[in-house]
Design a protein around this ligand. Structure first.
Ligand code: ADP
Ligand code: MG
Length: 495
């Protein structure tokens, strides 16, 4: 059934109901149930031992680090941690799964009953905070990768087989594509802050299944959901949701029923399609994994993990607003990555005069200069290599009018190259001139040389003022203090 278009008025009488299942690859050094390496990008089929290959007679051994990472995520999402949880076998037959089953958790996942608070701006720019329930977080192992873009050959790379995953299942609390993206952003950020997943969607370390149904606004009963599998970018999640909403409303409006089925997103065409029935005729025949004992997590372990949790993004953002006086916009950008947030704090701590005005200047400098360079060079703040002290020194040079921000920008490449801002300013004689007598001389010369412009200004063309400021600054090679220049020009011209 293809989606015919539905008018916006009709769409507006429906609401969407969304629940997300997020799969996150854990950054453990070794696989979930054996010692094979998990490094991404290794030669195909080199991170494989008889265990990964599912040879008969091999036995799984539980990776403690993976359990610890899952407890971290559980605590960060306000979940309860189950003292005793079990593994189960989920059976299906596919070339990327040599054992013929995936070790997962079924009845008693390790984390349950959690929630996160998302924050986003609605269409009228109000900040909305909303609680989204987390039904469960369970542990499982990933399958290998089959590569079928060659005509007749089908290849399989088992490096990924057995890499630990957590699946984070949300309650159907999400009501719009905006909320879905805010939720995913929050989950991804939490994983990154905890240092348990690299969050790289292109490489598949973070994948998401979108469950979506529609119902008439005001209705209580949920509609039948479709499940769009394996989304690998936020942008696609957003588009797939908008498309599915329209498709399902069209079906319901035409008197049909939505079928519960897995679908896939065709990014090129911008539509979802049912997965071929062969790919979804699953009877997983779950049963308890006999080769692994139950996982015991005692209170002492939970307490130890809790004590090592970092401050998470939302809390840090709120603290940046309260403690450093940053606008919400700045605080949000500076807390996207934990290392950037830390860098900002380190710069602020390195200031000799710690005032809100200077914190804001640091924020401006990071947002406009530093983050731009990071994205241009595609490097992380750790690879940036400029000491926070150097940023603080630079900011203080223009905060105290020793240089103006134009000069600050000019010398920044040298600061990145490792020179101290103060040393550069001294060596190159860049300190700006606030000496009134010197500036007055230059201003007077410029006014005499440009009598025509002066007449225009006096005749009411006030925007000529900028021309004089520009000329004066140029005549001092950018070194004159713009505030002093402006003041003197005003005295001369408006007299
Ligand atoms: P399964 O394991 O078959 O995918 P689950 O019961 O675990 O089924 O649900 C998976 C996801 O579907 C959860 O995120 C849940 O919130 C969501 N979900 C359940 N019912 C609906 C519904 N009617 N509409 C939208 N999402 C739903
Ligand atoms: Mg599902």
């Amino acid at each position: 059934m293809s989606a015919t278009t539905v008018s916006p008025e009709i769409l507006n009488t429906y609401e969407m109901v969304i629940g997300l299942e997020v799969h996150a690859q854990l950054l453990t050094k070794t696989k979930a149930f054996c010692g094979d390496s998990t490094t991404f990008g290794a030669e195909p089929n080199t991170n494989t031992s008889p265990l990964t290959l599912g040879h008969p007679g091999t036995l799984p051994v539980l990776n403690r680090e993976m359990v610890e990472f899952t407890i971290r995520m559980g605590l960060a999402t306000n979940s309860s941690i189950r003292p005793v949880s079990m593994f189960a076998r989920k059976h299906y037959f596919y070339p990327d799964l040599p054992k013929g089953y995936q070790i997962s958790q079924y009845d008693d996942p390790i984390c349950y009953d959690g929630h996160v608070v998302i924050e986003y701006e609605n269409s009228v720019k109000e900040t909305i905070m909303k609680r989204i329930g987390i039904t469960r977080i369970h542990l499982e192992e990933d399958a290998g990768k089959s590569i079928h873009d060659l005509d007749l050959e089908r290849l399989v790379d088992l490096n990924r087989a057995g890499v630990p995953l957590i699946e984070i299942v949300s309650e159907p609390d999400i009501r719009s594509e905006k909320e879905a993206v805010a939720y995913l952003t929050q989950i991804r950020q939490t994983l990154l802050y905890l240092g348990i997943c690299d969050g790289n969607m292109e490489e598949g370390s973070l994948r998401c299944d979108v469950n979506i149904s529609v119902r008439k606004k005001g209705a209580e009963k949920y509609g039948t959901r479709a499940e769009v599998k394996n989304m690998n970018s936020f942008r696609n999640v957003e588009k797939a949701i908008i498309h599915e909403f329209q498709r399902q409303v069209a079906i319901v409006e035409a008197g049909g029923t939505v079928i519960q089925q897995p679908r896939m997103w065709e990014a090129g065409e911008g539509v979802t399609r049912p997965l071929r029935s062969k790919e979804r005729a699953h009877d997983y025949r779950y049963f308890p994994e006999p080769d692994l004992p139950p996982v015991h997590v005692d209170q002492a372990w939970i307490d130890r993990v809790r004590a090592t949790l970092p401050e998470l993004a939302l809390a840090r953002k709120q603290r940046f607003i309260a403690e450093f006086g940053l606008p919400m916009y700045d605080a949000a950008i500076l807390t996207v990555e934990r290392d950037v947030a830390q860098y900002f704090e380190d710069c602020c701590m390195a200031l000799t005069e710690r005032t809100k005005e200077r914190f804001k200047l640091v924020s401006n400098w990071l947002m406009t200069e530093v983050l731009r360079i990071l994205s241009e060079k595609k490097i992380s703040i750790a690879e940036f290599g400029v000491a926070p002290q150097a940023i603080a020194e630079l900011v203080e040079l223009f905060a105290s009018d020793v240089i103006n921000s134009k000069v600050a920008k000019e010398i920044f490449p040298d600061v990145i190259a490792g020179k101290s801002p103060k040393a550069i300013v001294d060596e190159r004689g860049l300190a700006q001139v606030s000496d009134t007598g010197f500036i007055v001389e230059i201003v007077d010369r410029i006014l005499t040389e440009n009598q025509g412009e002066v007449d225009k200004y006096k005749g009411g063309r006030k925007n000529v003022f900028g021309f004089f400021v520009g000329k004066t600054l140029a005549a001092t090679k950018g070194k004159a203090n713009p505030k002093v220049v402006t003041q003197i020009l005003q005295e001369r011209l408006d007299a």
